[in-house]
Write a protein that binds this ligand. Structure first.
Ligand code: NAD
Length: 252
């Protein structure tokens, strides 16, 4: 029996990086998976890889900043698999580095829309589907930047603190209805988001690794392990938690 055997899980931003690892692990642990990404080809590639490995998955092209597309994404889970038990709201961007005074409003709005409003919209439409399925679990991807500040990233830090706030609020609001809501807070993780910097300049990777207690970046599979466990029944009394998965970084 897998950790999430027989459940239906939806993962956003599942076309690559942490979301891809999460979708693959949900499937490997026995769930049927809705693989959602704004990049429809990437979502399809991941769903096909899951099917090739013997898993059950359907791909959906969905921009999670667009409410109609979010509604259609959740409807896919219900129409295709007849229920929704777990959701990992993971889609997000890193954005550009900027001081407060140089940050323009359009970049602020873009970050808040993609990293925070998307999580609100996703939860707004996932929650009724999960409750109609008898309860379940949601995990939102925040960041170490969801609990500490980082100079040069006011918009990213605000968006990821916001994800923690949404998580806590939903956890309280739905605790008595059998819905658990948690956040996973990755440290710097070796995904295409970070590889764009580390491949251009390997010294950046070495510099970042020195700030991590473990002395290396995280791997997306290590973040996925936390997300899938939080969604499993083994985490039945865990709700409203902000789980750092950062190899001892923020705690130092
Ligand atoms: N990689 C890290 O170091 C790190 C650290 C902390 C938190 N995070 C967070 O983890 C999450 C995943 O990051 P990653 O490193 O895997 O990034 P990534 O860029 O490698 O992958 C992100 C995926 O999200 C998708 N996406 C982006 N905008 C979308 C939208 N509007 N609708 C649907 N899909 C969308 C992209 O197409 C892509 O497939 C993000 O929320 C990120 O902020 C990452």
């Amino acid at each position: 029996m897998g950790l999430v055997q027989g459940k239906v899980a939806l993962v956003t931003g599942a076309g690559r990086g942490i979301g891809e690892s999460s979708a693959r692990l949900f499937a490997a642990e026995g769930a049927s998976v809705v693989v959602a990404d704004v990049d429809g080809e990437a979502a399809l590639r991941v769903a096909e890889a899951i099917a090739t490995s013997g898993g059950n998955a359907v791909a959906v092209q969905a921009d999670v900043t667009d409410e109609d597309q979010v509604i259609a994404m959740v409807a896919t889970a219900m129409e295709h698999f007849g229920r929704l038990d777990c959701a990992h709201n993971n889609a997000g961007i890193s954005g550009t580095v900027s001081t407060f005074t140089d940050l323009n409003l359009s970049e602020w709005n873009r970050m808040i829309t993609i990293n925070l409003t998307s999580v609100f919209l996703s939860m707004k439409h996932e929650i009724p589907a999960i409750l109609a399925s008898g309860g379940g679990s949601i995990v939102n991807t925040s960041s170490g930047a969801g609990v500490v500040g980082f100079a040069g990233l006011p918009h990213y830090v605000a968006s990821k603190h916001g994800v923690v706030g949404l998580t806590k609020t939903a956890a309280i609001e739905y605790a008595k209805q059998g819905l658990r809501v948690n956040a996973v807070l990755p440290g710097t993780t070796n995904t295409p988001m970070i590889q764009q910097f580390t491949e251009a300049n390997p010294d950046i990777g070495k510099m970042v690794a020195k700030t991590v207690g473990r002395g290396r970046l995280g791997e997306p599979e290590e973040i996925a392990e936390a997300a899938v466990w939080l969604c499993s029944d083994r985490a039945s009394f865990v709700s409203g938690e902000s789980m750092l998965v950062d190899g001892a970084t923020v705690c130092r």
